[in-house]
Write a protein that binds this ligand. Structure first.
Ligand SMILES: O=C(O)CCC(=O)C(=O)O
Ligand SMILES: [Fe+2]
Length: 211
């Protein structure tokens, strides 16, 4: 028996919600802090930037990416790009994130994009589908850090009833299977609900197979 502080943490079982698999509290507080440090290294090499929607409206979320591809949005539309807007290649995906992917994704393939979204107070993300990837049999795996975010889940087509839940720091969500194209978004974040990020706000990371 090993009950030292270094023993592997017990991971939560998933809770199913409209086909999404929610793992509340997947990461311990210590792991969350370590992951934030790895994400900071990415952001140092590939600074957060504000995107324009194809309609010319600025998004309230700032973003950057790691991996072979990054997600960018500008007047040419939403797309994956092999370079940051500054022209450089994206940093490699932090190893803690790859480990989460391997534990929950249920696929042999590896993520080719790790999109890092930063939500300051007041930021939101409207209901959308993630459909810029080539193979919808591959899941999207999301990790939340910092302030709570109110996540809304709709249906596979626009409209209909929705269901909401709070995504908390350390939660992991797998969006796969029949729910891979389900509409989802973030209505708002709850400022001051976490002390993980010294200046507050919420980070959400999504890992995706792109090609
Ligand atoms: O912030 C979240 O929890 C969801 C992010 C998301 O849906 C996306 O980046 O496509
Ligand atoms: Fe999404």
């Amino acid at each position: 028996m090993n009950d030292s502080a270094e023993s592997a943490p017990k991971r939560p079982d998933p809770q199913e919600i409209r086909g999404f698999q929610h793992f509340p509290g997947w990461l311990t507080a210590r792991e969350q802090a370590a992951l934030v440090a790895q994400i900071r290294e990415v952001v140092t090499d590939a600074p957060l930037f504000s995107s324009m929607t194809p309609y010319g409206k600025p998004m309230s979320v700032r973003m950057t990416s790691a991996g072979r591809f990054g997600w960018v949005s500008d007047r040419r539309g939403y797309r994956y790009s092999e370079t940051h807007p500054s022209g450089t290649a994206w940093p490699t995906i932090p190893p803690m994130l790859t480990a989460i992917w391997n534990a929950v994704s249920g696929t042999e393939r590896q993520p080719e994009c790790c999109l890092i979204n930063f939500y300051p107070e007041g930021a939101r993300m409207g209901l959308h589908q993630d459909r810029d990837e080539a193979d919808f049999t591959q899941p999207v795996v999301s990790v939340s850090l910092g302030d709570d975010g109110l996540f809304r889940i709709g249906n596979q087509m626009r409209g209909g009833t929705t269901q909401s839940l709070w995504l908390r720091s350390g939660d992991v969500m797998v969006m796969g299977g029949p729910a891979r194209l389900t509409y989802h978004g973030i209505d708002r974040i709850a400022p001051g609900t976490s002390t993980l990020l010294p200046k507050g706000g919420r980070i959400n990371v999504t890992m995706r197979v792109v090609t």
